[in-house]
Structure formats: structure tokens, C-alpha cells
Design a binder for this molecule. Structure first.
Ligand code: ATP
Ligand code: MG
Length: 563
């Protein structure tokens, strides 16, 4: 558990905390106010989890507040479904925005007035150029831009045209409003950026009230200011947008939120781009945004990851100023660490073969008391029925076992978990297929777990399920969605080419101990010796329960890939 120790020891401040502590110490701010600002155009993913933990975590640490704000400025791609999913995910992660749920669209009137204010100050103008014409005049990073022929329109004309844009007199793309900053600036974003566009589109909140919409860059910074956000934390790609936000703050004389950039979280073997995730969903490569293979928060939830595991992971990786890629096994480490504490241990056989105890009474059933979780003293014990015929895993028997095989084979003995020691006397084999069809054993009545007086020494313990009590279940064995470390990072190859064809194997004929008949969706288990599992949504209202494999017990993936 070295990683855990490291977390405890790592108490030094990150660069954002340093800034915040300075601002508190200098008296610049008394209360820290952050926000998490998703655009509701997709489901949240592991990268957003990082941003959520950072924004809410910082405010918690310094006794401040965090707003949830939807930056909903593009009606075409946004929807209520996304808004709802985002709220569910933030809550599930364990964070509370209380009554501070805001929408950029609630500020449309104020943003419009700000644009008017800029026009009146001679700092914005209506441009009739087509987007191609504008692009042609904008120059390149090395070639300065040239002024648009509409740049010197009078304030009166601009006010009139902007109002008529709002009133719907013009078609989409016919005109835009641009900030009048510096067409030759080395920062392309300052070359008179478009701040309003015409879009005759239905908005999920404002309906058909507006036909002009502020650009993201004109809405984001001002929304922060309107909410009094002290520290506006965002990812590095916004670094060169900062001068534009600061320009707006100055020209409009509004609350000066300070933007601080940090590196995006990238995780190997996965992608964290909403656009690419959307494509996986739309093209049916996965069953939906919450497919357990998706790096979305809803996918991870369905996969059986816990909120604490994700939070611990985000804490542990900290924040960086440079882009890097985090190993997904680190996330899986935190998942195992949390599940080890809370998952109920149960027995499920996924590749069954029958074991018959020849000297056990035909009709007898004994209830074996088995601990629910050795890591949790409060978790108690449960009764698991034991009888003459059991299912065990096919691979726990070998006809010709090698020397160090501590499970079953002719003449070998093994402990049945929580029950007796058995010795194999014979087996049956299908002569056509060569498959083992039954294993015959004798049990040692004085070897019962907890009261063993047999004096026998066996090295192996295997899990089992009583045949007459067995509950048929479906088990979905999930694996990584991509076979390639950096699926999105190849110029000549599409990320879809790296989809792992074995990312899901469905086992329809597994058998579980009876306690799983009454499982609830979302319950966490360790299937002894097989891994961590969670009860899937598809179990709802169904007799046959479905379980998803969350993670293996150990990090075996890297090894398997090398084979
Ligand atoms: P896009 O803007 O292309 O739709 P996005 O991933 O930036 O995608 P937003 O909804 O704008 O999505 O993101 C909300 C917040 O989450 C932003 O502050 C953004 O900086 C942050 N965020 C997004 N992706 C990551 C990531 N991989 N790591 C850390 N923070 C992220
Ligand atoms: Mg974004």
C-alpha cells in the first residue's frame, strides 16, 4: 500500500492552493468562490471528475462555495438529458452545489446588454462579411490580420443592426457582432473575435426567445464575473483565451475573476473527448453513455467504480501545469482499494463442473457460516448451503496436474471454502470431447472449517456452489475498451481502429450462491478468486440477475497482453 502512504505524506500545496492562500492572506478575498462549468452537450467523463474534485475540493478546503453552472450557449448540441445526467453525476461523486445551480442562458439578457455597452463605447461592431471573408482577412499566426470593411461603422448603425439581429430580421450567418480589439495582435483570439452570432435554433431552456447567441468566449468569463467567482479554474487550452476574458472585464468594468489554468487529465487506454465518446455511442460501438466500458462517470458507476475511488484517484494525481497521461492501473488500484473495504465476499462459479461427494448423505444440507468481509468486522457472517453435489470452477481440476498445482486432481486434496477438505478419487470424461464432466471426491467429516481436527494439511482453497441451491446468473466480463495506450493520439489512424474486440464477454451460465438471488442494483461484491463485481441495472425486475466485472483482483492486464 505504498501509494496510500504517499498520499498521506503529500501535504504540500499545489500551485492553485498557493495562489488562493496568498489571496486569503493578503485580504484580496475573504471567501473563495469556484464553479464547475460544463457545457451540457454530452455526459461527464473522468477528466470532468478531475475538474469537479478540484473545484469543489478547493472550496471545501478553504470554507468557500462552488457553483454548478451550465455553459449552455450552443442550442444545437445541448439538451435537458445532458443537464440531468450532469447533475446526477456530480451528486453521485459526493458534491453539493446547494441552491447555486446556474445557467449561462439565464444571463442572456445581461450579456446582450454588455454587448450593447461595448458597441456604445465603440468597442464592438456588426460585420456582414461571410465567415470565409472574415477568415481570409484574419491572417495567420505569422501574418497580421486586416480590418474588415465594416469595422468603422458608426455606433448608431451598429446599435440599430444589433437590435435588428436580435429581432430576427437576418438569417443565420448573415451578420455577426465582433469585439473591436486588435486585428494585428499576435494572439489570434484578440483579432476582433466574434462575440454574437445569429442562430435560429430552439434552446432547451430559453426556447425560441433568442435568435442570437453569445459565443462561448463572451459568455464564460462574464458568467464568472456575474457570479463573483474568485478563482476560475480551467484547462490549459484556455490559456490564450485569458487576455480576451481580461479585456472584457476591463472594458465592461465587471468583477475580476482570476482565471488559472491546469493540465487536462488524460488516462491511457481511454479517451476523454466528448465528441469522440459521442461517436462511440451514436455508431453503436457501446450500448450507451453508461456502457460499463465508457470512461464516463455514468459508465464507471455502472461498472462498479465507487465515488470514493474516483475522488481518491483525483486527489492522488494532483494537478499539473503540463499535459501528461496517467496510467489507468492507478485508477484501478483505487477502485480495488475501496472495494476491498466494502465489497461483500460471495461465491460464484462461472465455468462450472460438478463435484460429487460420494460419502456425503444424499439429502443432507448443512449451512456453512461464511464471513461477509474479513476487512470489515461489522459485516458479520452469512449462511451458505452445502450439499452432496457442488459446482466448482472447471479450471480448478486437472487430470494430470503439474507439481505445484494446489487444487484438485486424481488423489489430490483441497479445502472447500468455509467447509470441508475433500480428496479426489475419480472423474468422468466425455470420450468425444475430452471434457471432464464430473469429479468424484470423499470428504473428511472432521475437517470442517473452524472446527478442524483432521490434522490434514492442504495448501489450496477453492470456491463452490451447492447444485440444488444454485442461482443461475449472467456475468459480464468487461475489459478495457481500447487495446492501444493512446488511442486518440494517432494522426494516420482513427481511434475506432483500436477498439478491443474482447472488451466484453458474456457468461450466461454461471451459478451463484443463493444470497445473490435478492441482490440490489449497484451492490458491490467480491466474487471469491474471480474479481470485484457489481449488480447491473439490467437485473431490475428480472429473475436472472446480471453482474458486471468491475476489476480483477490483481493487476494482471499488463501481463496478459505480453503473452
Ligand atoms: P467541449 O468544450 O469540447 O465540449 P470539454 O471536455 O471542455 O469539452 P466542458 O463541458 O466545457 O467540456 O468541461 C467542463 C469543465 O471540465 C471545464 O472547466 C473543462 O476545463 C473541464 N475539463 C474537461 N475535460 C477535462 C479533462 N480531461 N481534465 C480536466 N478537466 C477537464
Ligand atoms: Mg469546454
Amino acid at each position: 500500500m505504498t501509494a496510500v502512504k504517499e498520499i498521506k505524506e503529500k501535504e504540500s500545496l499545489n500551485f492553485i492552493e498557493e495562489i488562493i492562500e496568498q489571496d486569503l492572506n493578503s485580504g484580496k478575498h475573504q471567501i473563495i468562490h469556484t464553479r464547475f462549468p460544463p457545457e451540457p452537450n454530452g455526459y461527464l467523463h473522468i477528466g470532468h471528475a478531475k475538474s469537479i474534485c478540484l473545484n469543489f475540493g478547493i472550496a471545501q478546503k478553504y470554507g468557500g462555495k462552488t457553483n454548478l453552472r451550465f455553459d449552455d450557449t450552443n442550442p444545437t448540441t445541448e439538451s435537458v438529458e445532458y443537464v440531468e445526467s450532469i447533475k446526477r453525476d456530480v451528486r453521485w461523486l459526493g458534491f453539493d452545489w446547494e441552491d447555486r445551480e446556474y445557467y449561462a442562458s439565464d444571463y442572456f439578457e445581461q450579456l446582450y446588454n454588455m454587448a450593447v455597452q461595448l458597441i456604445k463605447a465603440g468597442k464592438a461592431y456588426v460585420d456582414d462579411s461571410t465567415s470565409e471573408e472574415m477568415a481570409a482577412l484574419k491572417g495567420t499566426p505569422t501574418v497580421p490580420g486586416q480590418p474588415s470593411p465594416y469595422r468603422d461603422r458608426s455606433v448608431e448603425e451598429n446599435l440599430d443592426l444589433f437590435e435588428r439581429m436580435r429581432n430576427g430580421e437576418f438569417s443565420d450567418g448573415a451578420k455577426v457582432l465582433r469585439a473591436k480589439i486588435d486585428i494585428t495582435s499576435p494572439n489570434m483570439l484578440l483579432r476582433d473575435p466574434v462575440i454574437y452570432r445569429i442562430k435560429h435554433d430552439h434552446h432547451h431552456r430559453t426556447g425560441d426567445k433568442w435568435v442570437i447567441y453569445p459565443m462561448y468566449d463572451f459568455a464564460h468569463g462574464q458568467s464568472d464575473a456575474l457570479e463573483g467567482i474568485t478563482h476560475s479554474l480551467c484547462t490549459l487550452e484556455f490559456e490564450n483565451h485569458r487576455p480576451l476574458y481580461d479585456w472584457c472585464i476591463q472594458e465592461l468594468n465587471i468583477f475580476p475573476s482570476r482565471q488559472i489554468e491546469f493540465a487536462r487529465l488524460n488516462v491511457n487506454y481511454t479517451i476523454t473527448s466528448k465528441r469522440k465518446l459521442l461517436k462511440l455511442v451514436q455508431e453503436g460501438h457501446v450500448t450507451g453513455w453508461d456502457d460499463p466500458r465508457m470512461p464516463t462517470i455514468s459508465g464507471m458507476r455502472r461498472r462498479g467504480y465507487t465515488p470514493a475511488a474516483i475522488r481518491n484517484f483525483c486527489d492522488r494525481i494532483g494537478i499539473a501545469k503540463r499535459e501528461n497521461s496517467i496510467d489507468i492501473s492507478l485508477l484501478e488500484f483505487f477502485v480495488r482499494e475501496d472495494l476491498n473495504k466494502i465489497a461483500t465476499r460471495v461465491m460464484v462459479v462461472i465455468d462450472p463442473v460438478k463435484l460429487i461427494i460420494t460419502n456425503y448423505p444424499d439429502q443432507q444440507t448443512e449451512n456453512m457460516s461464511i464471513e461477509n468481509n474479513p476487512e470489515d468486522e461489522q459485516s458479520g457472517h452469512r449462511e451458505v448451503p452445502f450439499s452432496k453435489e457442488l459446482y466448482i470452477e472447471y479450471e480448478d481440476f486437472m487430470e494430470e496436474p503439474p507439481k505445484k498445482f494446489f487444487r484438485l486432481g486424481p488423489g489430490l486434496s483441497v479445502r472447500l471454502k468455509g467447509a470441508y477438505i475433500v480428496t479426489c478419487d475419480s472423474f468422468e470424461k466425455d470420450s468425444k470431447t475430452g471434457k471432464i464432466t464430473a469429479i468424484h471426491c470423499t470428504y473428511h467429516p472432521n475437517s470442517k472449517s473452524g472446527e478442524d481436527t483432521s490434522g490434514m494439511k492442504v495448501k489450496g482453497t477453492i470456491h463452490w456452489v451447492s447444485v440444488k441451491d444454485a442461482v443461475p446468473v449472467e456475468v459480464r466480463m468487461y475489459d478495457r475498451l481500447f487495446t492501444e495506450e493512446n488511442p486518440g493520439g494517432h494522426e494516420d489512424k482513427d481511434y475506432l481502429e483500436f477498439i478491443n474486440p474482447d472488451s466484453l464477454k458474456i457468461i450466461k451460465k454461471a451459478f451463484a450462491e443463493p444470497s445473490l438471488a435478492k441482490t440490489k442494483v449497484g451492490a458491490y461484491y467480491q466474487f471469491l478468486r474471480l474479481g470485484y463485481f457489481v449488480t447491473d441495472l439490467d437485473s431490475k425486475g428480472r429473475k436472472k440477475k446480471v453482474f458486471n466485472r468491475t476489476v480483477t483482483l490483481k493487476d494482471t492486464w499488463a501481463k496478459e497482453q505480453k503473452k
